[in-house]
Design a protein around this ligand. Structure first.
Ligand SMILES: NC(=O)c1ccc[n+]([C@@H]2O[C@H](COP(=O)([O-])OP(=O)(O)OC[C@H]3O[C@@H](n4cnc5c(N)ncnc54)[C@H](OP(=O)(O)O)[C@@H]3O)[C@@H](O)[C@H]2O)c1
Length: 357
């Protein structure tokens, strides 16, 4: 009898990974067609996930031996990596483990990486302007090189997968917003940080330049991962490897208009002194207030980027949220932060460390 394919979701205690897991569990066809495994790294997180119909594994993805054992023992065929976009070592460990399984079983194995849209903006050093996800992005990234950790991780994902005979995909994730459905972290990163800073400073700030970056609601983001996994489970041939970039952009997020909507919501709740927006005095002060790495703050706060998603829509992705709903429902984001923003993200710990040492 053929066994059901094994799926491993990393970052399952996080905002995106936790929401992907909840979404996969809610789709009976997907959870019936595959065995779901989820990686967390603390006992508390394992406890939180233990009530779900998922095999909860606890290890550090930095630990090569632990990753190899988990992939082998749990017969993992597909990894959805939503734990980190900027650490090549984690990607190497996960892909090598899949490669060993591929060699042992002769069956195809798949790696879905999560990257970041801001990488493809002028402010992050991207020189090519308008870009479709069907363009030769890998070649352009390779030619550009450089030290950006997210770009290095993208390149490692494609190259290591090719070397290990693993079929790879890169979902390029934009600014995500909305309540997550995971068991642990339930809010996103940038927008909650901007709201929290507004509450702390009693004044909402904006950057000196307006930006309109790609964005998507968490429900639309998880739907895209679900469609891709569904295609894999049906053995459908979709763009992969060097051609396997998927821009998960549903709409744009006009920053100044959005920050004004946030300011209005916070003012109506008596959480800021007035609804007028103030310009951050400097990028450094913004980075400090938001607890983000200073070298990336300009791109995070002002970039627009000329992205055009084609592959995602060709897969059949139909995001439900648009820019109008995003602006009109900003108050829901404030409420979500007030209700749920209890666990800080560890995503920038490594990037902030050199500055802290
Ligand atoms: N949220 C967004 O708007 C957005 C936008 C673009 C791209 N992304 C990318 O998407 C990914 C997920 O984002 P997110 O918002 O879901 O972040 P998150 O809520 O901080 O989730 C990340 C999760 O991964 C876990 N993790 C990190 N390193 C690990 C390791 N070495 N071993 C085991 N687990 C590890 C973390 O564990 P702990 O909880 O124990 O720290 C956390 O639970 C990130 O790479 C991020 O850069 C996010």
């Amino acid at each position: 009898m053929n066994r059901a394919p094994g799926i491993l979701i990393t970052g399952a205690a996080g905002y995106i990974g936790g929401s992907i897991l909840a979404d996969f569990l809610s789709h009976t066809n997907l959870s019936a067609a595959a065995t779901l495994n989820a990686v967390v790294r603390t006992e508390e997180q394992a406890q939180a996930l233990s009530k779900l119909s998922v095999n909860v594994l606890r290890f550090e993805i930095n630990d090569e031996a632990a990753v190899t054992a988990a992939v082998e023992q749990n017969e993992i065929d597909i990894i959805v990596h939503a734990a980190n976009s900027s650490d090549p070592l984690l990607v190497i460990n996960l892909i090598q483990a899949l490669g060993r399984r591929r060699a042992a079983t002769g069956k195809p194995v798949y790696f879905i990486h999560s990257s970041v849209t801001t990488l493809f903006s002028e402010e992050a050093g991207w020189p090519h302007g308008m870009l479709k996800d069907t363009d030769s992005i890998y070649e352009k990234e390779k030619e550009l090189g450089g030290t950006h950790p997210v770009r290095q991780t993208n390149l490692v994902a494609v190259e290591k997968a090719e070397e290990c005979d693993v079929t790879s995909f890169i979902i390029v994730v934009p600014n995500v917003y909305g309540r997550g459905n995971g068991e642990c972290r339930k809010v996103s990163i940038l927008i909650p940080a901007l709201i929290q800073a507004g509450i702390k400073l009693k004044k909402v700030h904006k950057f000196d330049t307006d930006g309109s970056p790609p964005a998507a609601h968490i429900s639309d983001i998880v739907a895209l991962y679900g469609i891709l996994v569904d295609r894999i489970l049906r053995n459908q041939d979709v763009p992969n490897g060097k051609n396997g970039y998927y821009f998960a952009m549903a709409h744009r997020a006009p920053w100044w208009a959005y920050m004004q909507a946030i300011a209005n919501s916070l003012y109506a709740r008596g959480l800021v002194v007035d609804p007028e927006l103030e310009i951050w005095p400097s990028d450094e002060e913004a980075a400090e207030a938001l607890h983000f790495p200073a070298q990336f703050i300009r791109a995070m706060g002002t970039a627009s980027g000329g992205l055009e998603p084609v592959n995602s829509y060709r897969l059949g992705w139909q995001p439900l949220w648009n820019d109008e709903a995003f602006l009109e429902r900003a108050d829901e984001e404030v409420q979500a932060v007030l209700d749920l923003d209890t666990i800080r993200t560890s995503l920038f710990d490594q990037l902030l460390r050199p500055a802290m040492d």
